[in-house]
Design a protein around this ligand. Structure first.
Ligand SMILES: Nc1ncnc2c1ncn2[C@@H]1O[C@H](COP(=O)(O)OP(=O)(O)OP(=O)(O)O)[C@@H](O)[C@H]1O
Ligand SMILES: [Mg+2]
Length: 271
């Protein structure tokens, strides 16, 4: 039975889609059977980042509406055979995602995979709530800046109140993924300190992903950074985060700048 993970944030453009692809590919490379699901109806970004856009025939809405079988819409990654994507529709009406239809598809995905990683749209409205509703765990993607932290705080409130787990009175496991972290700006005090973000949001730290050209380069060739540049600093941070999701207790590496390159000097206990 799969674990369902939602990658969510509130604020847009903080790195949800990038992180869904990178974490999904990292989990798949450790032998887990993974599907990444694009809930961002209308924008359809995840298939681009995964390099699957030319292979999309059917999408989540087709399956939710019963116009296609799940197997017809799933796209198997060409580089990693334990990784699949369920794409979103670019054109259709967001209201086509009915709660009952999504519940049926999620049940089917749970049967087939070890991990179901859901890429949420930005915001706190219906689309984001549908993406988080069936989750067992959440990765809250946050940039070290005030507006992003504030929106993450609101999302944490929703995770604890409007999800299926919350309604059953069960705990939702939440993890903080700090992304687009710039060690040079952090050293100059131009970003919120990690400690401050952790204190405000008070959920455990899953990882700190540095701002990096490698992420952009990977995205430009349609590949998760953990497949395209597995030795790069952001990929290593994502691999670490994936190991933590699988239950390993390892220290969080804090990226620091060293002669223009990222290095990993500091180790820190997971909160
Ligand atoms: N660690 C990083 N280093 C550099 N660029 C990054 C990093 N993470 C994400 N980006 C870039 O930031 C932009 C936004 O990322 P992404 O699309 O993953 O965010 P999102 O939260 O999914 O956005 P939306 O809310 O619009 O869905 C993209 O251009 C992406 O390549
Ligand atoms: Mg996105």
């Amino acid at each position: 039975m799969a674990k369902v993970l939602v990658v969510t944030s509130g604020k847009g453009g903080v790195g949800k889609t990038t992180s869904t692809a990178a974490l999904g590919a990292a989990l798949a490379q450790s032998g887990q059977n993974v599907v990444v699901v694009d809930f961002d109806v209308g924008l359809r970004n995840l298939d681009l980042v995964m390099g699957a856009e030319r292979r999309v025939v059917f999408d989540l809405i087709n399956v939710v509406q019963g116009d296609a079988k799940l197997a017809q819409a799933l796209i198997r990654d060409k580089r990693c055979e334990t990784l699949s994507i369920l794409p979103a529709s670019q054109t259709r009406d967001k209201d086509a995602l009915t709660a009952d239809g999504v519940a049926r598809v999620m049940d089917e995905l749970r049967e087939k995979f070890d991990w179901v990683v859901c890429d949420s749209p930005a915001g706190i409205e219906r689309g984001a709530q549908l993406a988080m509703y069936h989750a067992d765990q959440a990765v809250v993607v946050t940039n070290p800046e005030v507006s992003s932290v504030r929106d993450s705080d609101r999302i944490i409130g929703l995770l604890d109140s409007t999800t299926e787990r919350a309604k059953r009175g069960e705990k939702m496991e939440k993890h903080l993924l700090l992304t687009r972290y710039d060690p040079a700006r952090a050293a100059r005090g131009e970003m919120l300190r990690t400690e401050d973000v952790l204190e405000i949001l008070s959920i455990p730290l899953l990882g700190i992903i540095p701002e990096s050209e490698d992420v952009l380069r990977a995205s430009n060739i349609g590949s998760p950074v953990t497949l395209a540049h597995p030795d790069s600093a952001p990929a290593r941070a994502y691999f670490e985060a994936a190991r933590r999701l699988e239950g390993e207790k390892i220290d969080v590496s804090v990226p620091v700048e060293k002669r223009g390159l990222f290095d990993w000097l500091f180790k820190k206990r997971v909160a």
